[in-house]
Design a protein. Structure first.
Length: 253
C-alpha cells in the first residue's frame, strides 16, 4: 500500500511543494511512481520523512540531514535514540528558559524593582517572588500586606543591602545570646526581640507586639522559618519565639 503526495502532505503536516523539493534534491525520493509518473510513498518513505522532520525540528540543515540518514550503519532506532537525546536536552534548556521568564514575571508583579544583577547581589539564590502567591493567599486581605508591598516597591539596592545587614545583625545577636545560655525571657534577649520587632516595623509594615508574637509563633510552626533560624544555630527558632513572647508580655500583652 502506498500514498499519494497529497495524502502524505496532509498526514505529515507539510506542503506538497516541500515534498516535491525533498524529491528534487534527493533527500526523499518516493519508492514508487504510477505509470503517469505520479509519486507514491511507501511505509519506508514515511519512516524516512519522519526522520527528516525530526531533524528539521532540531535545527539541522537539509544537506546535513541527508548525510546523517544515508550513513550506512545507522538504522531507524539509532536515529530515534539520537533524536530523543537531542530533544531531551532541548526540553531541559527550554525548561530553564521558561523558569527564568516566570521568575521575571513574578519579579515584576512582586514589587521588587531591582535589576537581575542587583537581585542576585541582594538575595543570592533565594527568589522572594516565588513566595508571592502564597503570601497573597495568606495575608492578601490584611492591609499590612499592601503596605509591605508598597514599601518594598520603593527600595533601592542600597536599601535592600541595609535591610539585609540589619536583619543579619539582629539574628546574629540572638544566636550569640542563645549560645551563651542567656535566658530567652531575660532583659537582653527581650531587648533583642524588641529590635527585631522594630526592624519589621521599619522596613515592612506596622508591627505591634501582638502581631509580633504571632510572627514568633510562625517561626516554629512553619518549617521553612524554623530551618532558617536553626541553620544559624540549632534551637534558635524556639529561642527567638520565646524571647518575642516574653517581650510582648513585658509590654503588658
Amino acid at each position: 500500500m502506498s500514498l499519494s503526495v497529497g495524502q502524505v502532505a496532509r498526514l505529515a503536516g507539510v506542503t506538497v511543494r516541500t515534498l516535491h523539493h525533498y524529491d528534487e534534491i534527493g533527500l526523499l525520493t518516493p519508492t514508487e511512481r504510477t505509470r503517469a509518473g505520479y509519486r507514491r510513498y511507501t511505509d519506508a518513505d514515511l519512516a524516512r520523512l519522519q526522520q527528516i522532520l525530526l531533524y528539521r525540528e532540531l535545527g539541522f540543515p537539509l544537506e546535513e540531514i541527508a548525510v546523517i540518514l544515508d550513513e550506512p550503519r545507522a538504522d531507524e532506532l539509532t536515529h530515534l535514540r539520537r533524536q530523543h537525546e537531542l530533544l531531551t536536552a532541548r526540553a531541559r534548556h527550554l525548561g530553564h528558559v521558561i523558569a527564568a521568564v516566570e521568575r521575571a514575571i513574578h519579579a515584576h508583579t512582586s514589587g521588587i524593582t531591582l535589576t537581575p544583577a542587583e537581585r542576585f547581589e541582594v538575595f543570592g539564590d533565594f527568589r522572594p517572588e516565588e513566595h508571592e502567591a502564597e503570601a497573597a493567599a495568606r495575608w492578601g486581605a490584611d492591609p499590612r500586606y499592601a503596605e509591605s508591598r508598597r514599601r518594598v516597591a520603593s527600595y533601592t539596592k542600597a536599601d535592600w543591602l541595609e535591610l539585609k545587614a540589619e536583619a543579619a545583625a539582629i539574628t546574629g545577636a540572638l544566636a550569640e545570646a542563645c549560645e551563651a545560655g542567656l535566658p530567652a525571657g531575660g532583659e537582653h534577649a527581650m531587648d533583642l526581640a524588641e529590635r527585631h520587632r522594630g526592624h519589621v516595623h521599619r522596613w515592612f509594615y506596622d508591627c505591634g507586639h501582638d502581631l509580633h508574637r504571632r510572627l514568633g509563633d510562625l517561626y516554629v510552626t512553619d518549617a521553612r522559618f524554623t530551618a532558617f533560624f536553626d541553620a544559624v544555630l540549632p534551637g534558635l527558632a524556639g529561642y527567638v519565639r520565646e524571647a518575642i513572647h516574653a517581650n510582648a508580655a513585658r509590654h503588658h500583652l
